[in-house]
Design a protein around this ligand. Structure first.
Ligand code: HEM
Length: 402
């Protein structure tokens, strides 16, 4: 029997940043989740990671963010919200997943030829299965059976969504037309140059769907909840929610700091690694970065670091969302897309020379709720998700209108 690895937990902000920087610490979070996560970006290391990241970075640039934020996302947000606004009510947990999955599908390159609610539901079913596949390490039932089930779902997803999306892009390329700006197009365009068999392209697309959708959906409900609670205590900010587009963005960053969508990062030490604090991580040890503690480090976020305050003042260089998007080589590629660009003190409106500020898709979607007068349903209080020990809402009923 091999001895259990030593586990080192990092809880302070500076030590966490230093840990993320270390090149000899390798991804450890998805060890049991290879059915979805084998060879996907977040699981690669060294030059394989660098080459894939360099390629995909081409998509995650300012011009793409502007295209998504100003042209592609607003109609998607409108279409997803509209039926609920018409009936005057919604359940935010499902709505958030549908909304963010639709947005993530367009970033990943999963075409939606029908655009019907049934199609959204089937895609959502695949997404739930991929989340289970990626997090098999925490699964308490029969893991082999679950792994086979997820593999079968992945094959169905390929036949129903990915293969037709690939065929459409190949057709466009053959006809000399421009490909849509998404991860799948980038991978197809460079499939020969990098070693990218179809199975890897399929998993990368499935991974982008879950990386973009689940994290943002969780944030969506929590931000809305935090803003509603804040307004109960600070009715004077009701005006800011309607008129100051940056206010909801600051609430989003503060929520993501306090309630990181991925509460831990994990790494394996490939060699002895010495941190600046003098702490040594021996070869073979597992490092756990505990983001709930790191993002509440009072030496950085102040004595009231535990509390929600969208007007919190931060030291220079410290992002308002703390380290919830990671840092170093695996830093979230979608963070500016999800949360926008933080506003520089010298540019309080956030409008730079190009005149187009980036709010981010989570603030944009939450803002759309408040633009429609979202409020709690007094007869249906929110409920927590009892199937997990993590603090997720299970149901969050809301009403629209004044
Ligand atoms: C609130 C929303 C989000 C949160 C909190 C979040 C969080 C994170 C975190 C913590 C990591 C680093 C994991 C690690 O160090 O092991 C990460 C990586 C990543 N995220 Fe996000 N994410 C969000 C939204 C998105 C979106 C919208 C996309 C895609 C459009 C995305 C795509 C990725 C990818 C591809 C990686 C892997 C990067 C690499 O390994 O080089 N994320 N994310």
């Amino acid at each position: 029997m091999t001895a259990a690895p030593e586990i080192i937990t990092i809880t302070s902000y500076e030590e966490a940043k230093d840990t993320y920087r270390q090149k000899d610490l390798r991804q450890a979070l998805y060890d049991a989740g290879e059915v979805i996560m084998a060879d996907v970006l977040v699981n690669l290391h060294g030059t394989a990671h660098r080459d894939r990241r360099r390629l995909e970075n081409r998509l995650f640039r300012r011009d793409t963010f502007e295209l998504y934020e100003h042209e592609l996302f607003p109609p998607l947000i409108h279409q997803t919200l509209e039926p609920h606004v018409r009936t005057g009510r919604a359940e935010l947990v499902d709505l958030g997943h549908q909304l963010m999955m639709n947005l993530a599908a367009s970033t990943a390159g999963v075409d939606r030829p029908l655009g019907t609610p049934e199609e959204t539901f089937r895609l959502y079913d695949y997404l739930r299965s991929f989340i289970e596949g990626a997090t098999l390490a925490h699964f308490t039932g029969d893991r082999d059976a679950k792994r086979s089930e997820v593999a079968a779902k992945l094959a169905e997803f390929d036949a129903e969504f990915v293969a037709p999306s690939i065929a459409r892009r190949r057709g466009l390329a053959d006809a000399g037309e421009t490909l849509p700006r998404d991860v799948l197009s980038i991978l197809l365009d460079n499939q020969d140059q990098l070693d990218l068999p179809h199975e890897v392209v399929l998993r990368e697309v499935a991974f982008y769907l879950l990386a973009g959708a689940h994290t943002s959906a969780t944030a969506f409900t929590r931000v809305t909840h935090n803003v509603l609670q804040w307004l109960e205590r600070h009715p004077e900010d009701a005006e800011a929610v309607r008129t100051d587009r940056r206010f909801v963005q600051r609430c989003t960053h503060e929520t993501i700091r306090l309630q990181p969508s991925s509460p831990v990062a994990m790494r394996w030490a490939l060699s002895d690694v010495e941190l600046r604090t003098g702490r040594t991580i021996p070869t073979g040890a597992k490092v756990v970065i505990d983001l709930l503690s790191v993002n509440r480090d009072t030496s950085v976020f102040g004595p009231d670091a535990e509390s929600f305050d969208p007007r919190r003042q931060l030291p220079d260089g410290v992002p308002a969302y703390g380290l919830s998007f990671g840092s170093g080589m695996h830093a979230c590629i979608g963070q500016d897309l999800a949360a926008g660009l933080a506003v520089a003190a010298s540019d309080p409106d956030g409008d730079d020379a190009s005149g187009s500020a980036l709010l981010g898709l989570v603030p944009q979607a939450v803002q759309a709720l408040f633009d429609h007068g979202v409020r709690r349903d007094p007869d249906n209080p929110p409920e927590m998700d009892e199937s997990t020990t993590r603090p997720y809402f299970g149901r969050y009923p809301v009403l629209f209108g004044a």
